[in-house]
Design a protein around this ligand. Structure first.
Ligand SMILES: [Ca+2]
Length: 306
């Protein structure tokens, strides 16, 4: 009876929230509630009006000059000898994925960049797999991907006016970090502690305030997605969310991502990095696949009905 009363109360509360509209607007989607559900295997997803970029590595990625639109720049090179080569071994979807070959001490291949049409809200989904005998570097990172906002010239990934970076950690954890070195807010470590409580792996990473994410399992694909919504200049109404394998783990809607001096700043640059600060402890490989940037929640790759 107690359970029943409680359930009824929850139903009534949910109905009340839906009636006000606030719950329906603010609830973060999860699982297959995104764009990917409409495109099994991600096939044809690039045509969706919400999709800004789909890089599935099925065809040769387009490489352009620095800061040009329509492709990857920043030293993007592929093929034998570059440390980044295509393979047909175990892709997430399609026939191919990209394999990174790390030699002992290597930090990774050069970070690739891609310009998107400037946005206030961006979702980024990526798949990553580490070899079964994977050994984590004994230090910071690796970074995985990032999104940047800046005014004037782009300086560097961590020197831009706003950067939100998806990182992995040597404990097999997934975390989102933020930095705004040229804005009013610079001390994110303190801000996190004072406003959001202890962070999972320290520093400027957002806590997992919704659920604990799946650990990275070497040999298995790990799906991460994050979103950044810019705040009204000078207000604490920006949003940052992180999903791991389709499950929401971090959800913050009071983030000051844009100060009054950055009213014209938008999200315009994507970083595809995979950078290990201390270098790989041995020769080993890892893979990426099905990278998507969109204006709405994407979700994990879905499969066609049998
Ligand atoms: Ca693929």
């Amino acid at each position: 009876m107690k359970v029943r009363t409680s359930s009824l109360f929850l139903v009534a509360a949910a109905a009340a929230l839906l009636a006000t509209g606030s719950y329906a607007q603010d609830r973060a989607p999860q699982g297959d509630e995104g764009i990917a559900a409409k495109y099994p295997g991600d096939v044809g997803m690039e045509k969706d009006p919400a999709v800004l970029l789909l890089e599935d590595f099925e065809d040769q990625p387009t490489v352009v000059n620095w800061m040009q639109e329509g492709g990857w720049f920043g030293g993007a090179r592929f093929g034998p000898g570059t440390g980044a080569q295509f393979t047909e071994e175990n892709p997430v979807a399609g026939k191919r994925c990209l394999q990174y070959v790390l030699k002992t001490g290597t930090k990774g291949v050069s970070g690739m960049f891609h310009r998107i049409k400037p946005q206030d809200t961006v979702f980024i989904r990526t798949y990553r797999r580490f070899e079964e005998n994977w050994e984590w570097p004994k230090g910071y990172g690796p970074h995985d991907v990032g999104v940047h906002g800046y005014l004037g010239e782009f300086s560097s990934p961590t020197g831009s006016d706003l950067h939100v970076l998806l990182d992995f950690w040597l404990t097999g954890d997934t975390i989102l970090r933020i930095g705004t070195p040229k804005q009013t807010m610079t001390k994110w470590n303190d801000f996190m502690k004072e406003n959001y409580g202890p962070t999972p792996v320290g520093g400027n990473g957002f806590p997992w305030n919704v659920s604990v994410p799946d650990k990275i399992v070497p040999g298995k694909w790990h799906c991460s997605e994050f979103m950044v919504k810019l705040s009204t200049p000078g207000e604490r109404d920006g949003a940052v969310r992180l999903w791991v394998n389709g499950k929401l783990v971090s959800d913050f809607t009071d983030v000051p991502t844009r100060d009054v001096d950055h009213g014209d700043m938008q999200l315009s640059l994507i970083l595809f990095s995979h950078y290990f600060h201390p270098g790989s402890p041995k020769d080993q490989v890892h893979w990426v696949d099905q990278f998507v940037v969109a204006t709405h929640y994407i979700g994990p790759v879905t499969r066609a009905e049998p």
